[in-house]
Write a protein that binds this ligand. Structure first.
Ligand SMILES: Nc1nc2c(c(=O)[nH]1)N[C@H]1C(S)=C(S)[C@@H](COP(=O)(O)OP(=O)(O)OC[C@H]3O[C@@H](n4cnc5c(N)ncnc54)[C@H](O)[C@@H]3O)O[C@H]1N2
Ligand code: MOO
Ligand SMILES: [Mg+2]
Length: 402
């Protein structure tokens, strides 16, 4: 059996290069950009009026003029007008082009308009007040977003404003989630006394979904032949296969044996960790294509922990997304004696800017209800048994709290 550190090294050194594809902007949220995005014009593209009011020429103001004849109105979305007489004004609306020969905008709150005459009630004006000057935010051809950026709503706004209705992003890997087990029935079914509803596929598919990955769910019973046939099809069609169950020592735990028969190269089976000890990992190479297989132990807490500790960081690495390394400090002394890395379930609290991990002890890796009480796993290293309050350890969070 290998250590957690060795397992992470092996997983992370077997990433894929997904390639790229072009997609429409309305489908781009959460995807990773594969091209630099340049400003197609200055930001803003013209001298933009920032307040509803009147536009005047500052020289007229300096010459003492406070009463202005309203020549016309410049609204947003209409071509630039020209102030024909500098002692006059033009009514202007937010978002409009500043009229030619005008360099000051005075807001309506500081103006009294009677008929066609505007009286200004402020004591001072400054050149280009209430004007958002052309090119002051960004210049044409500036790089606005660098490639490899994961797209959030802020990047989507920029892509829209520069007219990118389609963008080049990292191709989505084809992902299959496969649960195994005769005791498992679907969510719509009423289990017999000896059965349970399968939850791992739903947990994994939703964990993928919140991280921007589509996947297809499958279920296969513990029958060698069927497992062999169905897994062959899945392994040949998908880039990533995440299995749950069937990897331990049981008489019907066929998954490792079947995978090896399908020419999946085993990279490890068994990690010195709790939960998740029987975790199996391998790769099937077929000419230019390859399939990566995470066969996770079936106990729901093990499946969950292994996904967040190994599979999600692997996916992030494939997509060029940084894996955040966060630590939290233990709220109380904790003891764990076996020579294994222990992934302690914890609740996270922010305490005076410091992340505090409060142990939430469940009844082992079958106690999936305990996932509700906790937020994360605190990774306590092997080789020691006493962990002191205040000590910091890496934390793997499955909630959006941090
Ligand atoms: N003799 C030994 N027995 C076991 C060992 C061991 O080292 N020696 N390891 C234990 C550990 S640790 C784990 S974890 C489990 C792993 O078992 P498998 O990966 O073979 O998984 P299964 O046997 O198929 O199922 C285990 C458990 O999880 C439930 N399960 C499975 N899939 C789902 C699902 N999709 N949704 C909900 N629950 C699921 C299943 O009903 C079982 O109760 O083995 C220990 N045994
Ligand atoms: O490794 Mo198992 O996940 O402890 O129950
Ligand atoms: Mg088993």
């Amino acid at each position: 059996m290998i250590s957690v550190e060795e397992a992470i090294d092996i997983v992370m050194s077997h990433t894929l290069e997904p390639g790229k594809e072009k997609i429409f902007l309305d489908k781009a949220i959460g995807r990773v950009l594969k091209e630099d995005i340049l400003a197609d014009r200055d930001f803003p593209p013209f001298n933009r009026v920032m307040m509803d009011g009147i536009a005047i020429n500052s020289q007229a103001w300096e010459a003492g003029r406070r009463e202005y004849y309203v020549e016309s109105m410049q609204t947003a979305g209409s071509p630039q007008q020209t102030l024909s007489e500098t002692q006059n004004c033009i009514e202007v609306m937010t978002g409009a082009m500043l009229p030619q020969n005008a360099d000051v905008v005075i807001r309506y709150e500081d103006v009294n308009i009677t008929g066609k005459v505007a009286n200004v009630s402020v004591d001072a004006v400054t050149s280009f007040q209430n004007v958002h000057l052309k090119g002051t935010d960004r210049r044409v051809d500036d790089i606005l977003i660098h490639k490899d950026q994961k797209l959030s709503p802020a990047e989507i706004a920029i892509l829209a404003t520069v007219g990118k209705h389609a963008v080049e992003v990292v191709r989505q890997l084809r992902i299959a989630i496969v649960s195994t087990g005769d005791e498992l029935v679907d969510v719509n079914d009423t289990p017999s006394p000896y059965q349970i509803r399968r939850s791992n596929t739903y947990a994994l598919q939703s964990a993928l979904q919140v991280n921007g990955h589509e996947s297809k769910g499958f279920h296969i019973n513990d029958e060698k032949e069927v497992l062999g046939v169905k897994l062959r099809e899945i392994v040949e069609e998908y880039d990533l296969v995440i299995l749950s169950g069937g990897v331990s020592k049981g008489k019907k735990d066929y998954v490792p044996e079947i995978l090896e028969k399908l020419n999946v190269r085993k990279l490890f089976h068994g990690v010195k960790q709790r939960p998740g000890k029987p975790f199996w990992f391998g790769v099937r190479e077929d000419g230019s294509s390859s399939t990566t297989i995470f066969a996770l132990p079936g106990n729901p807490v093990s499946t969950f922990m292994c996904f967040y500790t190994y599979t999600l960081p692997w996916l992030n690495r494939c997509y060029g997304i940084d894996n955040r390394e966060i630590e939290a400090s233990l709220s109380e002394d904790f003891e764990f004696n076996p020579p294994l890395t222990y992934f302690l379930q914890v609740k996270l609290n922010l305490d005076k800017g410091q992340l505090l991990a409060i142990p939430v002890i469940g009844k082992g890796s079958g106690d999936l209800a305990n996932l509700l009480e906790a937020d994360a796993f605190l990774q306590l290293p092997s080789g020691r048994s006493v962990f002191k309050a205040g000590e910091s350890f890496p934390v793997i969070s499955y909630r959006q709290k941090i």
